[in-house]
Design a protein around this ligand. Sequence first.
Ligand SMILES: [Zn+2]
Length: 800
Amino acid sequence: MTEEDETMDVSDEYSALSQLDERDKRVKEAVVAYLMRQSGLILDPKKYPDSRARANRIDELGKEAIQRSVLKSQILSDQRRVLASQSIATQAKVSMEASENATIVCYLDAEMFASGDYIPLFDMESEVLNLQTPEELSNIGFKFKGYDDFRDKFENFGTYLITDPLTVQRMLELLQDFFLDQSIPTYKEASNFHPILPYWNIVGAPKRCDKTFENLGVTNATGKIIKLRGQVSEVGDQLTVYTKIAFRCINYIDETKTRKCLSTALVPQNTEEGLITKPKECSRCKGTDFEKLDSEKSRIEPIQRIQLQEVNLSEDPKSIMVELRGNLTDKARPGSTIEVTGILRLESIQKNSLMSSKYILAHSVTSVNEEAVKTVVSEDEVEEIKALCDSMSFEERIDYLVWSWSGHLLCDPLLKRALFLQAIGAVEEEQFGHRSGIHILIAGDPGTVKTHLLKAVQKLVPGSRMVSAEAASQAGIVAACQQVEDLYTGKKRWALTPGALALTPKEAICCVDELNLYKSDFGDFNNALESGEVYISKVVSGRVATPCSVLAAANPKKGDRKKFVKNISFLTQLDMDITVLQRFDAIFILLDEANYEQDRAIGLSVLGRSSNPSNVPLEMEFVRKYIAYAKSVSPKLSAEAEDYIATQHAEKRQASKSSDYLRSHRQVPALRRISLAAARFDLQEVASVEHVKYAEEILATTLNEKDAGQMAGDEPEEVRDYRRSVAKLFVGYTSAKSQYENIDYRFVVEHAKDKGIDIEPKQVKDMLTSFSKNSETSVKRNKDGTFNYSGPQNPAYEVW
Ligand SMILES: [Zn+2]
């Protein structure tokens, strides 16, 4: 580019234009500095005659640059940033080996390049540098005045990556061919087959590029690099877009019109506007007749749009469209939390409209999910964990960790142990489809610590989320059919949007508060808990994965102060669907009442007495690391443990034979899951009988184990016992007095008194009335309020 020599009148309009040109020129120079350096052309051609030798030396210099950088630890923790320091040749090699279709990806670390650390301050003594740009460029005036000039321009490159990434992108595509065929040996050949070589991906956006959904609306960062964290709420189809279209010149080049020119030209397309750009004229014959060639010669690029939504769901969650291109497509999955570095752009809402909405053209995507859920445990930390294991028993250890995590919360220590084991989870068993997630429900009086426990679990397990069932009713707790703008056309259409359950990753826990206030149908919730997947069939249909564990809390609806009332089924009081409740492995009922043993246990656990003599809690970070490490163990139940579970189950069923409800078979997988979680906590490959007994002790306090009748939707056991005794008195009265018709309820009360049993007359009346409603009892209620009985003397009272 030659400098403007002439002076002329400068209007405002012209001034703005000339500034644009000046800026483009400076970006172009910065891009040349980058390409010179990273392609290895900057090195002395005598000392490094071939491309491999140049690449090796650039790689070495890159490693040295990281070592002296203030950003060293951040860069080393991100493989892409490490690659950005390496030669283009090495990056090409690494990416071609990693991808199926041999795509070349080069990373551009904005922060590192702009920091000034990357290029040494002074000319490297041992190197004779080559500041001579390729001939085509030096011919049009592209030169470096010296080392400092080159260094400044390289640093500018880092800055332009942040402030003007689109121009950088354009310049890179324009200039890369001058450098890459000298850097990548197979470049010419490969570039005939591949869409874009390479994909330039900007990584390492500095802190000041961080944006939130709140400040996106008012930011003036349009056209600049930003970084945004969010959750993928929708993934669009992967489409292709023409980036370059091949045209063949069909102009006749002889007078007899027998020979056509047939030279081809690849024309870059404006992918924003979606209109095909044709060549102006043939460079060979100056003809203007072209035919568009098929896609083989043309270059296409995959493109995919996703919707990114703020992680903490509010009532009206904010979201933004993200466009993924090339190597970034086909990786995002709904529900995953990602961090996108990309260019904030504006898109016209309608064609030829000045109204526009913001979107992000992604340059790099990091899965925050995996990073967060898969807590990295270093070798030193593993040693620390093992040392802790050696110093105390399994039971002491679990109480110590539980106390360190939630010593401030006052509740049943068995419940806390259950929650801790839920955080660890069981081991998946693909073959029989046993889910690995443990689902727990805490039902309790207001004023108990339910919500605090949920919050504590959310903090304990990375990736977990907390949602109020009442607020989620609108959006759907699993997924909802909603009208959304189509990601590609902007038109309204129906789509399945994932709810809290679908948005929680597999290894995490979805904490649902006030489950009893959920207003929608529980059917989907049921399936989600049972199979980890829901098939939604509404206006649109589709499968939604819900692989997470669920911790729910519920309040009683009835009773004076919304506390549980005795002698009425808990489940009736929660006013919830019985099948939902049966999906929970453990239901803990928290009653705000005095209970000497339990209160003492709570007291001790708060003081940390039973677990830790020194009373020094472990750091939360260590507790999380312990859980992460425990999750890496995949124990199986020992033969003895399996035998024990089966025998216990059979025996408990036998023992409950005389009662009206048998222990549910669901207790077996529930016990299995909690036993496996206990073995994982113990870092053992085999879950032993001891682990099972430990789990058994926890489950013994749950409603599931304590009252099979209530789990089947019946009244509490005491109520059932009472009803049975009234039934016996009634039948006993009929046989004692040989009276089978017109029995007044007061006769039964008298009969009970004779036997020394004191019962409430009204309750007897109500109960006899309820018997008469069940034809199996053979009790009939007469119009005058008396009862007849026509059944056997020793009926099956269980059905009454
Ligand atoms: Zn031609």
